[in-house]
Design a protein around this ligand. Sequence first.
Ligand SMILES: *Cc1c(COP(=O)(O)O)cnc(C)c1O
Length: 379
Amino acid sequence: MSCDLIALANSGVQGLSPYQPGKPVEELERELGLVDVVKLASNENPLGPSPKALAAATAALAESHLYPDASGFALKNTLAPRLGVNPDQLTLGNGSNDVLDVIARVFLDKNSSAVFSQYAFIVYPISVQAVGARAIVTPAKEWGHDLDAMAAAIEDDTRLLFIANPNNPTGTCLDFADIRRFMAQVPERVMVVLDEAYVEFVGTGLGEDGLALLKEYPNLILTRTFSKAYGLAGLRVGYAVSHKDVANLLNRVRAPFNVTVPALAAAEAVLADADYLTRSQDVNRAGMAQLCSGLDALGVPYIPSVGNFIAIELPCAAGPIYQALLESGVIVRPVGIYDMPNHLRVSIGLEQENARFLLALKTVLNSPELKKWVQERAQ
Ligand SMILES: *Cc1c(COP(=O)(O)O)cnc(C)c1O
């Protein structure tokens, strides 16, 4: 007997398609028989992990037969004083993606709605829809969030609002004074999530601004991650900073052992490795300048970005160019799923990786096949 298993899922889940990750290096090497593939697709840290984090994670593996500390005591007590908050204001997650998902499950249900912007990080619609809540998507303004439109979009049943600052995949960043004004307009019954996954790459005091605002607004939740500037994407550690009552709620839903033994150890160790963060920031700044001047030289437009990635605009649908780059061993990220079919998102790599991407892009854009393709479309 066969039955429609898909129909058994809740209606939100039935309408979802799985998150599409960047193509893994091994997969491309296997498929095309290439070696020396460069991956600039998932905003990963090109430096590799901090040696101190790696040593701590390796040592912690000896404890692998034990459950991790479910309270994350040591990591929270290292983080809290750096952030100027109490440990009971922190909620740890298996990456901040996990935290975002927990937030959606805590505050949303099928009778409520959540607001986020066009082009915002794709995890928001997934988490909202998975719990059967309604998504209210506001139009973007110059690729960034339009805070006035977002405030105006709040309805009676709205419980959650997501702001990615900086936003992925566009790399746009809001002026903090505007966020402050925005918070004053938002009713207290709406929890505002300020997703600061890339905050360490922004050269201003953005991180401190968010933490200061948290003291004024109990309906604000900041989310941060160890995946990007701290280089631990594969170990999965992120966290929320909130009012302690909100943290209490999040901790009710969070899976008790959601951060593993080596991940907790590595996160603590990388916080003690100040040199690693500085190097991440330096490499990113230099790589961003290199990519921008390379793109300028090629005449390829891009959305100015403050993150560790940049969205470039192509003269046609990005698919064929993405494919041609793959064939030359460079993996970048198509963003058609974000409703940006003519863009590709490129993560900032090491100098030689960026150079390899620029060379591959130049070759692809100058290929007679592509020129013909573009011409045909233009007619
Ligand atoms: C990468 C990213 C995250 C989270 O990544 P995790 O690895 O799950 O911590 C969150 N928000 C945005 C906007 C991101 O780009």
